[in-house]
Design a binder for this molecule. Structure first.
Ligand SMILES: [Zn+2]
Length: 344
């Protein structure tokens, strides 16, 4: 680990643990390794001094125990993801320090990232936010819809599921017998629009996605807009208000999920419903579960999935934008996915 002092080296950081829990990181400064550093455990917790000895910035470190905890500190290199600022909770705004870190995850071309749980709203989030080039590469440069899950028997099962959901949604908003306006955000193959058209061919379907990959296949969509939501908003708004706004497996990808819900609210019919589905938690997961449960979870997509909601974080996010949670169920796929309905 030890190396000669070199001011051109990237500034190293220390990951600091109390027991098994990662509590934060300290920057060793430039030149690395000089002097004593101090960090705060929590707003009302004890302060810990981490003394860094020597001039190479690597090892050794001298640790001052915090009774009754014990501290372990280890050196990590700066993030390679382009932006290394810890991410505040995108749901309730709690700063990075208010997190319980579950562990560290890496992607092929970026990272490392941390997965952490917000102490106030329970949101589990990835930090830092992946850089724009990393996200562009994920969603625009690569084909996403060639997977077997999007075709054949599984596609037929998905069609049946979404027909059931659109029937329930339109019954709830009192528009079951009438043509309605349906908006699908991050639409991809636009399952909901397809179900809405088969339920009532006179309904108007509008879809948005940042990739044009499958637009030509979606003949059941009346208006398919390709681009970021904000960039396509004026076109989408022409057909508002919408009785149903759908985001199926989208909210976990959004850097600002509450901001997007606020935009949805502005497009929603007073009686309308925003329909959400997304990954929830690994099956049987609880706070004491080993981190390997997350790492091995089929829905753990690093760095595509930026957060995982549960009932509390969805409630906080809805409150923040002035919406009510009409329904929240995490029973699909043995609790691994949730469905939420939000309305005025
Ligand atoms: Zn939060």
């Amino acid at each position: 680990m030890a190396r000669d002092a070199d001011e051109s080296l990237p500034v190293p950081k220390l990951d600091v643990f109390v027991g098994p829990d990662w509590i934060g990181e300290v920057d060793l400064g430039t030149p690395p390794g000089k002097g004593a550093l101090q960090m705060e455990l929590s707003p009302d917790g004890p302060r810990i001094d981490v003394y860094v000895r020597g001039s190479d910035g690597a090892m050794p470190t001298e640790q001052k125990p915090c009774r009754p905890c014990t501290i372990a500190a280890r050196l990590v290199m700066p993030y390679a993801s382009g932006t290394d600022l810890p991410r505040d909770c995108p749901c309730c705004g709690t700063p990075w320090q208010g997190r319980r870190v579950l562990g560290q995850v890496t992607a092929k071309a970026s990272g490392p990232y941390h997965l952490a749980q917000c102490a106030r709203c329970d949101l589990i989030l990835l930090s830092p936010t992946p850089s724009e080039p990393v996200l562009q590469n994920l969603y625009v440069a690569h084909k996403q819809f060639t997977d077997v899950a999007y075709h054949g028997d599984r596609a037929a099962a998905a069609n049946e599921f979404y027909l059931g959901r659109i029937t329930a949604l339109l019954n709830k908003v009192g528009a079951a017998g009438e043509p309605s306006h349906i908006l699908e955000i991050g639409a991809g193959l636009s399952w909901i629009s397809r179900a809405a058209k088969s339920f009532n061919p006179n309904s108007l379907t509008v879809a948005q996605d940042i990739t044009s990959e499958v637009v030509d296949q979606c003949t059941w969509v009346d208006h398919y807009y390709v681009g970021e939501l904000q960039a396509t908003l004026s076109e989408i708004r022409q057909f508002a208000p919408y009785q149903v706004i759908s985001m199926t497996h989208v909210i976990e990808h959004l850097k600002d999920p509450c901001g997007v819900l606020r935009t949805c609210k502005s497009l929603l019919d007073p009686k309308g419903i925003i329909f959400l589905t997304a990954p929830h938690r690994p099956q049987g997961w609880h706070r004491k579960s080993p981190f390997a449960v997350w790492q091995n979870w089929s829905y753990s997509h690093v760095p595509a999935h930026l957060q995982y909601f549960n009932t509390l974080s969805m409630k906080r996010c809805a409150e923040k934008v002035g919406l009510d949670v009409i329904l929240f169920e995490a029973i699909a796929e043995e609790g691994q996915a949730f469905e939420a309905w939000l309305g005025h």
